[in-house]
Ligand binder design. Structure first.
Ligand code: CP
Ligand code: NVA
Length: 325
C-alpha cells in the first residue's frame, strides 16, 4: 500500500519524506525493477501526463523520468530553458499554475533551489526536484536503493563521500544519512566542507538514532571502516569556470583503488553519481587532465557499482511518480 502521506507530495530535498516513506520507495523500486526484468508493467500512470523542465543538461535523470513514465503508460513532454524562459518572459508562479493545470506531475532541474520551491508552491501537482544547486534527492534515493541491494540494509552502514562537501550531493547525502541511519563521513578540503550549522541542523533533527555525519579533510581517517566510498565530479554544472581554483583544492581527493583499500573492508564498494572524469575520453578531461576525480581501474573494476546506481535512478523515480501522483 502506498503510504497515504505520499499522495500529492512533492520531493524537493528529502527532508519532506519520513524514514518509513523512504524505505517504502526503496522497496517499491526494488519490486518494480524485478517486474521490469520479467517484462511485467502495471501501467499505473495510464492517461497521465508528465512534464520535464530541465534548465541544465542531463543524461541519467532525463532518461530515467522518460523511461519510467513511459513504462507506466504516461505521456511525457520536455521543456528546456529557451521554451519557458523562467523569470525572464514569465514568472515562475504563472508558469507553475499553467503547467499544473495540464500536467499530473512536474520534474524540474535548475539552479537556485528557490525556483523549484516556488514551482511546487503554485503548481498544485507533485513537483520532483531533478537537481538544484543545493539538492539532488532522486540521485540519493537511488543510492540508498543501491546500498540496500548490495548490503541488504542501509542503516548501520558507513559511507564516505569524498570531494566537494558543500554541493548538492553532499547535502542530500547528509539528509538521507540522518533519515536512514547511515554513518556518513564528508571527506573534503576545508574550503569545500559543509558549514557546521548545516551539519548540526541535519543532525539535530535526525529521524534515525544511527544516523551520523562527520566532516574531515583526512582521506585515510574518513574512509577507514567504510562500506562504500562515494565520489562526484569536482565541478558541478555551472561551476566549470572555477576549474583553476578547484583543482588544487581537490588534487589529493582523487578516488582510486588505494583509497578503497584504506577502508580496510574486503567488501567495500565504489559509488559515484556520474558524470565522472576517470580517463581522457572527454573534451573537458583532455583540456583539464588534473580534474580527473576517479582512477580508471577503480571505475571499471569489480567494486564499482556506478552503473547500478544509474539504472536504479529509473526504478526509484518510477516508484516516486507512482506513489505521489
Ligand atoms: N547523476 C545525474 O543526475 O546525472 P545527469 O546529470 O546525467 O542527469
Ligand atoms: N554535483 C553535480 C552532480 C551531478 C549529478 C552537479 O550538480 O553537477
Amino acid at each position: 500500500m502506498v503510504p497515504r502521506s505520499l499522495k500529492g507530495c512533492s520531493l524537493l530535498t528529502l527532508e519532506e519524506l519520513s524514514s518509513a516513506e523512504i524505505e517504502y520507495l526503496i522497496d517499491r523500486a526494488l519490486d518494480l525493477k524485478r517486474l521490469k526484468r520479467e517484462r511485467v508493467f502495471a501501467h499505473n500512470l495510464r492517461d497521465r501526463n508528465i512534464c520535464l523542465v530541465f534548465l541544465k543538461p542531463s543524461t541519467r535523470t532525463r532518461a530515467a523520468f522518460f523511461v519510467a513514465a513511459s513504462d507506466e503508460g504516461a505521456s511525457v513532454e520536455f521543456f528546456e530553458e529557451k521554451d519557458l524562459r523562467f523569470g525572464i518572459k514569465e514568472s515562475v508562479k504563472d508558469i507553475a499554475r499553467v503547467l499544473g493545470r495540464m500536467f499530473d506531475g512536474i520534474a524540474f532541474r535548475g539552479f537556485d533551489h528557490g525556483v523549484v520551491e516556488e514551482l511546487a508552491k503554485y503548481a498544485g501537482v507533485p513537483v520532483w526536484n531533478a537537481l538544484s544547486d543545493d539538492h539532488h534527492p532522486t540521485q540519493v534515493l537511488a543510492d540508498m536503493m543501491t546500498l540496500k541491494e548490495e548490503f541488504g540494509t542501509v542503516s548501520g552502514l558507513r559511507l564516505a563521500y569524498v570531494g566537494d562537501g558543500r554541493n548538492n550531493m553532499g547535502r542530500s547525502l547528509m539528509i538521507a544519512s540522518c533519515k536512514m541511519g547511515l554513518d556518513l563521513r564528508i571527506v573534503a578540503p576545508k574550503p569545500l566542507q559543509p558549514a557546521t550549522e548545516s551539519v548540526l541542523q541535519y543532525l539535530n533533527c535526525r529521524a534515525h538514532p544511527g544516523g551520523n555525519v562527520n566532516v574531515t579533510d583526512d582521506v585515510a581517517a574518513g574512509v577507514s571502516g567504510c562500506d562504500a566510498v562515494y565520489g562526484d565530479i569536482w565541478l558541478s554544472m555551472g561551476e566549470e569556470h572555477l576549474v583553476a581554483e578547484r583543482i588544487p583544492m581537490l588534487r589529493h581527493y582523487k578516488i582510486d583503488s588505494e583509497v578503497l583499500k584504506k577502508t580496510n573492508r574486503s567488501g567495500s564498494i565504489f559509488l559515484h553519481c556520474l558524470p565522472s572524469l576517470h580517463n581522457h575520453e572527454t573534451l573537458f578531461a583532455r583540456e583539464h587532465p588534473d580534474a580527473i576525480d576517479t582512477s580508471e581501474d577503480l571505475f571499471e573494476g569489480q567494486n564499482s557499482h556506478v552503473f547500478d546506481q544509474a539504472e536504479n535512478r529509473m526504478h526509484i523515480i518510477k516508484a516516486l511518480m507512482v506513489a505521489t501522483i
